[in-house]
Design a protein around this ligand. Sequence first.
Ligand code: T1G
Ligand code: NAD
Length: 721
Amino acid sequence: MRIPGSTVHLLTPKPMNPSPTAPAVHTQIEGDVLLVTIDHPPVNALNVDVRRGLLDAVRQAEATPQVRAVLIVGAGRAFIAGADIREFGKPPLAPSLPEVCNGIEACSKPVVAALHGPALGGGLEIAMSAHYRLALADAKLGLPEVQLGLLPGSGGTQRAPRLMGIRPAVELMLSGRHMGAQEALDAGLIDRLAEGSDARAAGLAWVQELLASHSGVRRTRDMNTLLQNKADALAVLQALREETAKKSRGLFSPLKVIEAVQAGLDLPFDEALQFERQLFLQCIDSPQRAGLIHAFFAEREVVKIPEARAAQPRALARVGVVGGGTMGAGIAVSVLDAGLPVTMVERDEASIARGQANVEKVYDALVAKGRMTPEAKAAVMARLSTSTQYEALAQADLVIEAVFEDMAVKQAVFAQLDRVCKPGAVLATNTSYLDIDAIAASTSRPQDVIGLHFFSPANIMKLLEIVVPAQVAPDVVATAFELARKLKKVAVRAGVCDGFIGNRILAVYRAAADHMMEDGASPYDIDAALREFGYPMGPFQVSDLAGGDIGWATRKRRAATRDPKARYVQIADRICERGWFGQKTGRGYYLYPQGERTGQPDPEVLAIVDAERQRAGITPRHFSAEDIVRRYMAAMVNEGANVVDQGIALRPLDVDVTFLYGYGFPRHRGGPMQYADRVGLDKVLGDIRTFAKEDPLFWRASPLLERLVAQGKNFDSLNHL
Ligand code: T1G
Ligand code: NAD
C-alpha cells in the first residue's frame, strides 16, 4: 500500500511483542549461588512469564540444599523497567507482582539484586524485596508509576520509606524521576556501588563476601527505624499532601501515593500492603491511567514511520540555520544543546549580531541562574559560527531556514541554498503555513527538501512536526527523525496542507471558541472551563501569551481567500485594532498590570464582545462549562479525524502526540483522539450533528468519524500501521 502524498510503499510491519521462545527467566547454579537472570527484551518488563519464572526460582533455591544464596540480575540493557504496562487494563494473570515480591522477601536464603540500567517501578520493588542491593554506575532507579496514573502497587509505598525515610521516598514517588546509583546509595536504596559493567560478576563476588561474613536474610519489611518518629512522619505527609493537592491539578494517583504511605504508619505491614493494593486497583480503574498509558506508548509509536523502515538517515554532523530571529535563534540553541556545531546566516551584519545575541541571551540566563558555568557557556558558543555569506553553509549536512513567512523571501533563500549546499545536504524550512511542495519545486533538488516545523520557543518546546512533501526522498525523512532524536524532540510526521496537523486543527477549535464567545460565553468562562478540563491555560490566555498580532496577521493574509459564507467572528480584530496584543502590550483579552504574567478579566473587552454581538444581531445565551468543553473538543476531534482521513497524519495517535507536546493538551486525557474514544465516537458525532443545526457549514461531520461510528469502531483501531 502506498502512503498518501509520499513516494514510499509500506513494508510488512514488525510484530509488536514477538512471543519469547527462550524462558523469560533462566537459572543456573554457580557454586553455592542460584543465579537468576531475567531475559525478556527489550527492557525485562515483569510480564506473567517473568513473574512465574521469579517465583519458580525462589522455590528452586529453597528446594536445593547446595544453594546458600540467590542473585537476581537482568540481561541486556536493563535490570527491570517495571511491570509490563501492556498488561494493564487486561484481566490479571497469576502470580501477581506483590506475590512475587513477598515470595522473594520471604526466601530463607539471602537474596541479592544486582542492578544495571533501568530499575524502575515494579523492577525497583523486586530489588527492594531482595535482602541486599548492589548497583553499577549506570543504574537508574525510580518509582515513576504516577506518570502512568498509578502508584507503586507491589510494596513500593511500604518498602521505600523503610529504606530511604518518609520524605525522600514520597518525593521520589511523586516526582517519578530516575535516580542515579550514587544518589541511591546515599539515599539508602542500595547497599553498594560496584565498578565495571558486569552486574553478574559484581553480584557473584559480593554474594561470596556476604556469605563469608555470615550475612543472613535481611527483610525490608522489618526495617522500621526510619518510621519510628510517627508525629514527624505524619507532619511531613500532611505538608506533602497540601503541596501535592495544589501542584497535581486534579491528577488522581499522586494523593493516593501519600495515602498508601500513611497506611504504613498506622497498619501492620501486610495490612498496609493490602491497602496499597486497593489504592493501586482504584488507579487502574481511573480513566487517567488509560490516558497516561496511551500517551506513554503513543510517543514511542509516533516515530515508527514507513520511511524510517525504508531508509537510513544521512550524515548529521554540521547544521546550518538561516535567520536568527525568534525561531532561528531558538533552533540554533536546540542544535547547540545537542552538541552539534551550528552555522547561522543572516541578511546583514546588524541582523547577524542580533541573531548571535538572541542565542547568547539563552545561555546568559542559565549562567545567571547558576545552571551553567561561564566556561560551559563559552564552549557552547564556540560551536556557533555566523556569517552573512551563504557560502558559509557549503559543508552543512542539514540547513534549516527560518526567515520571514513570505513565499518569495523563502524561495530566494532556497535558491541560494541550492547554489551553495553540497550534494546530499538536507534543506529544511520552518514555515508555519506556506506550501512546502512549492518551496521544494523552486530548487533543482526537491527530493532533499523537507519541512521541520518547530514550536516557539524552539529550544524548549518538545514537539517537531516533520512535514513530508511529495517529492522527498525516504532517507531525508529518516534524517529529519534522526535530528529530532538528537535534539530530544518528539517528532510527528505530517503531510503538506495549510497548518499541517497542529495549526490546522487549532484554527478550527479556536474558531469554535470564538463562536461560543460571540454567542454568549465570556472568554474568561471559556478559559476557566478548559483549565478545569486540565489545560494549563485557556485559548484566550494562550493568545495573549503568543501575541494576538500573529493571529491577526494570519487572518488578514487569509481574508482574500476566506469563504464568504463561513461565519467570521470579528471580536479579536476589534481588540487587535486597539493594539491590545496581550502580555507584550500589557493587555489583550486580559489586563496585565505592571507586566504581571497572570491576567485579570477586562470589562472593556466584555464591552467589545457585547458590541459585536449587537452588531451581529446575536442574543447571548448561557454556556455551561460542560457545553464549552463539548463544543471545543467536538471541533478538535472532528478536524483531527479529517487530518487522519486525508493522510496528513498517519494515525490518530499522531494527532494525540501533536497536541500533548505542542498545544498543552492535558496528558492524563491521552490526547484528543484517545479522549474521543473514551467519550464514545457516537456521542461526539451526535454533538456535531446537534451543533450543525445552528451552523451546518462549520459543523460538517468528518467522513472518517461517520464511517467509524457506522462500523462500530474507534480511532484506536487505526493506530496500528
Ligand atoms: N512495559 C512494557 N513495555 C515497556 C516498558 C514496560 N514497563 N518499558 C518500556 N517498554 C517498551 C517500550 O514501549 C518500547 O517498546 C521499548 O520497551 C523500549 O522503550 C506494579 C505498576 C525503561 C527508561 O514507568 O521509562 O511497575 O516501542 O523506547 O528510551 O508498581 O522505556 O520498542 O516496541 O522507552 O531506552 C513502571 C517505563 C511501570 C518505566 C527505557 N515503569 N519505561 O527508555 O526505550 S508500572 C515505568 C521507561 C509498575 C508496579 C507498577 C523507558 C525506559 P517498542 P523505550 P528508552
Ligand atoms: P522573525 O521575524 O523573528 O525572524 C526572521 C529572521 O529572518 C529575521 O532575523 C530576518 O533578519 C531574517 N531574514 C529575513 N530574510 C532573510 C534572508 N533572505 N536571509 C537571511 N535571513 C533573513 O521570525 P520568526 O518568528 O523567527 O519566524 C521565522 C519562520 O518561522 C517563519 O516562517 C514563521 O512562520 C516560522 N515559525 C514561527 C513561529 C513563531 O511562533 N514565531 C513558530 C513556528 C514557525
